[in-house]
Write a protein that binds this ligand. Sequence first.
Ligand code: HEC
Ligand code: HEC
Length: 250
Amino acid sequence: LRRLAAAGAALLVAAVAGLALFGGAGLAQGGGEPASPDLVARGQALYRSGCSSCHGFDARGIPGRAPSLRGVGALSADFYLRTGRMPLQAPQQPPERGEPAYSEGEIRALVAYVASFGGPRIPEVDPAAGKLPDGMRLFSDSCAGCHQIVGRGGIVTGSIVPSLEDATPTQIAEAMRIGPYLMPVFGSRQLDTREVDSIARYIVSTRHPVDRGGWGLGFIGPIPEGMVTWFVAIAALLVVARLIGERTTR
Ligand code: HEC
Ligand code: HEC
């Protein structure tokens, strides 16, 4: 019977994992499916007119202007294009988040073209599979020093650290694997897929006070929030005590 139960449990776990994987694959934009030659050709045309002046005619880079894009993969292209960091106006300009310069279809084509030289795929992220407490711990250990504990950004020497309010779970995973600009690279040996899921879950949770349980109070921090709770709770308890007291005296 115990064996049967174990087998049942294993089946359930497999089913849930399958479902999670399926859901994740549905979310990831262009995760694994091989790009059609038409898409790559369209991407190449867009690349030649919009990117080659800095990254070189065939994406090998131009010394002193911009790095080679051979081998950076769909992961990096997707991140830089969807966060509006590319194309830059001038090679010396620091890349910053903004509105994407290209449409969804154009981004897919450009990503397919860059990916045709090889390199890592767009990561599949499933925040629901992560654990919130793990995410919070990992985030405070590895990220909060720069991005601030609820991801509102800040300043480090030589750079402004962006707020994480707009980054999608996929972009969070991409940023960790790339390490854009002054941000360190977090490879899969340091933080595995499940840990990335947990971090993404934590970052997403910082945007929705409801997810954190109760009233966010503008995320001013646990101590002032706790003080407010104390005052509210004490007042409520006084009212309750009074009501109970009144009832017993009658
Ligand atoms: C004005 C020059 C310029 C143009 C135009 C430009 N880039 Fe860039 N690109 C750069 C520079 C400079 C960097 C390096 C940024 C850094 O180190 O933070 C960069 C970095 C990148 C990276 C990151 C590479 C890596 O190592 O992970 C990608 C991907 C990228 N560019 C894609 C594009 C695409 C696609 C286009 C066209 C839509 C484009 N860029 C247009 C200058 C440019
Ligand atoms: C040393 C400081 C530093 C640390 C530590 C750091 N980051 Fe960053 N992060 C940056 C900087 C600087 C940028 C902006 C880079 C750019 O614009 O090219 C950035 C960009 C990002 C972005 C892109 C934001 C956007 O809206 O486009 C994400 C997502 C991100 N970081 C997540 C993380 C996570 C998750 C961790 C921890 C695992 C982390 N960062 C650790 C400095 C840091």
